[in-house]
Design a protein around this ligand. Structure first.
Ligand code: GLU
Length: 323
């Protein structure tokens, strides 16, 4: 009897050990975003929040990292430093096709699309006292075109070249992160900056609410550029979101979409779980940031140029979003 009790205690303890170790098997994934005053950072947080709620069910723990932006994220996902990244749709296209920053390295064949998220606009914020109302006024000015890891840098170069401004010769180009640009603009150390970002964003609120008066400069005469690159589309900055901005109407520009990407090497069940939690709880997800106001489940499948990851595809087929 005593012996029997002893055995069952030992068996019970062994069983408990098994359960604990099964629970302890957590898969950690990191999502690369952007500066903390952008929209990628809260977006990474929103996605992580959806899947972390089901940690017991999936054994996945997602964390978010602030990074230099799209180009950094593609490269970090490709070399395995990050499992996921938020990346501009144009950068996804360029990476999978070996263009722009990937011209020398070649096509990033393992890049996989998961879904797209909010629209982003090429946002040109300029000091009123610098006399900049349109991109064509940037000649001779001190302008932050963006850090090399960012998505906006190539957008700024494309837009400047489209209006005949050589970013190397015709202006003083700075290469700082978007999170630092509002402070530099307010301190009078730059005249303007480019940021490809969703609205509203913390960085643009910061830039438009200081003592130095600023406005959104228009980015016009882009028809040829838009015709040349299918990933660019006309858009406008919703100035009502920024009461401090010296604009009386929405500023015309062009934009892209934020997308969520991963690597072919990330297991199907991890990508499936994240996709399922975001889409099954779509209404809750949509409330997590005002930049998501126009999202629909169908629109979240637009703007993807890399192959869709099989884990995500499994969900889209189950949900009838893809036949
Ligand atoms: N579009 C920017 C980039 O690719 C980031 C914008 C954001 O963080 O919201 O670098």
């Amino acid at each position: 009897m005593k012996k029997g009790l002893m055995y069952s205690i030992v068996a019970g303890a062994a069983l408990m050990l098994c359960v604990t170790s099964a629970q302890a098997k957590t898969t950690f994934v990191t999502i690369g975003t952007g500066g903390i005053t952008g929209v990628y950072y809260p977006t990474g947080g929103a996605i992580a929040k959806m899947v972390n709620k089901k940690k017991k069910e999936y054994g996945i723990r997602a964390t978010v990292e602030s990074t230099g932006g799209s180009v950094f994220n593609v490269n970090a996902v490709m070399n395995g430093d990050l499992e996921f990244g938020v990346v501009q749709s144009d950068r996804q296209f360029q990476a999978i096709n070996g263009l722009a920053e990937w011209k020398d390295k070649g096509a990033q064949k393992d890049l996989r699309a998961v879904f797209s998220i909010h629209p982003e606009s090429v946002t040109l914020v300029a000091a009123v006292d610098a006399g900049i109302a349109d991109i064509k006024d940037l000649k001779g000015k001190k302008v932050n075109i963006g850090n090399p890891g960012s998505g906006q840098r190539q957008n700024a170069i494309d837009a400047l070249e489209a209006v005949g401004i050589n970013p190397e010769k015709d202006l003083q180009a700075e290469a700082v992160k978007a999170s630092e640009a509002p402070g530099l603009l307010q301190d009078g150390r730059i005249d303007a900056f480019f940021y490809t970002v969703g609205h509203p964003s913390g960085a643009i609120k910061e830039a438009t609410s200081g003592a130095r008066k600023v406005r959104f400069a228009t980015v016009t005469d882009m028809d040829k550029l838009l015709a040349q690159y299918p990933y660019y589309a006309k858009s406008a900055i919703p100035v009502a979101m920024y009461p401090g901005a010296q604009n009386d109407k929405d500023a015309a520009t062009f934009g892209v979409k934020a997308t969520f990407v991963t690597s072919a090497k990330v297991p199907d069940e991890v990508v499936y779980a994240i996709t399922k939690e975001v889409f099954d709880n779509f209404d809750e997800f949509k409330k997590l940031h005002p930049a998501y106001s126009t999202l629909t489940k169908e629109s979240m499948l637009d703007g993807l140029s890399a192959p869709i990851h099989p884990g995500a595809m499994k969900y889209y087929k189950e949900a009838g979003l893809i036949k």
